[in-house]
Design a protein around this ligand. Structure first.
Ligand code: SAH
Length: 276
């Protein structure tokens, strides 16, 4: 571990690592990684991004994946505070953007309460990246003038998301962590007034080489995504803008109804007979 800064005390940077592709890391994040003494990172941060760290920088996986017992939020924060108090330059590296379903707000509050100097560095959130890399414009004049980011995951037991209420609260819905709640989401959005044939796109491992996506429609998306065996992490996009992508893909890449001729082996949109 190099260069502690005992004179002024340490500092914590709460940094977004972007959706996965190392080239989507910001220059600021890359520079901070170069100068960090210790990096506490999430499990979702791509190994190729972590490989950028200097060999003498301590890397600590505080992720909540991989079958290992998860590190509690309180102990992550305590470790960040402890390292900063030792005078270290601490980078807390989080997938996507720290303030989009990343508990970055809680970490800021913990640093503030402990009197630790901290700064937040934005990252490209996976919902925005997933749409862009598949070619779905989240806003589009006349079709989508509002976008909602929502999590499918309830914060506490019994605090379920009110999908009926959310159904028409924005033109385009971008759903994080929704895979385990698909039946509920599908039913709620239709009950709330979304048309059953509203197009739905799910993108798995957006921006990474293992990226896959499924394009279907609201009244069957739960079954289709299960059949396609699409796992976590995935972003689900609901709204008419997905049709823009379908049109583009029809023109440029894929002949609907004829998956064999498609250049995109991953496109499984015909499972549900989507009208495009
Ligand atoms: N702060 C992160 C979100 C963390 S919550 C961000 O801004 O992106 C974790 C969820 O993000 C996953 O369950 C999944 O829904 C989504 N996610 C993160 N990276 C992803 C990726 N590369 N492709 C698809 N979904 C991703």
């Amino acid at each position: 571990m190099s260069g502690f800064h005992h004179d002024k005390g340490g500092k914590v940077w709460i940094v977004g690592a972007g959706p996965g592709d190392p080239e989507l890391l910001t220059l600021k994040a890359a520079t901070l990684m170069d100068t960090a003494d210790i990096i506490f990172h999430d499990a979702l941060v791509n190994i190729r991004i972590l490989e950028r760290a200097r060999p003498d920088t301590t890397l600590v996986n505080v992720g909540k994946r991989g079958g290992k017992p998860s590190t509690s939020q309180a102990s992550i924060q305590a470790s960040m505070i402890h390292a900063a108090r030792q005078g270290m330059r601490v980078v807390r590296l989080k997938g996507g953007d720290p303030f989009i379903f990343g508990r970055g707000g809680e970490e800021c509050l913990a640093m503030w309460m402990a009197g630790i100097n901290y700064e937040v560095v934005p990252g490209i959130t996976s919902g925005v990246a997933a749409a862009a890399c598949v070619g779905v414009p989240l806003t589009y004049r006349t079709i989508s003038r509002s976008v909602l980011f929502v999590t499918g995951h309830e914060a506490r037991k019994g605090e379920a998301i009110d999908w009926v209420h959310l159904a028409k609260s924005a033109d385009t819905l971008v759903i994080y962590m929704g895979l385990t709640r698909m039946a509920e989401i599908q039913g709620g959005l239709i009950a709330g007034g979304r048309h059953p044939d509203t197009p739905v796109l799910a993108v798995h491992w957006a921006t990474l080489p293992q990226q896959r996506y499924v394009c279907t429609q609201l009244n069957c998306f739960s079954d289709v995504i299960h059949q396609a065996n699409l796992g976590s992490p995935a972003i689900i996009i609901v709204g008419e803008v997905v049709r823009v992508f379908q049109r583009l893909s029809r023109q440029e890449m894929v002949c609907p109804g004829d998956l064999e001729q498609s250049k995109i082996g991953d496109l499984t949109e015909r499972l549900c007979g989507v009208p495009i």
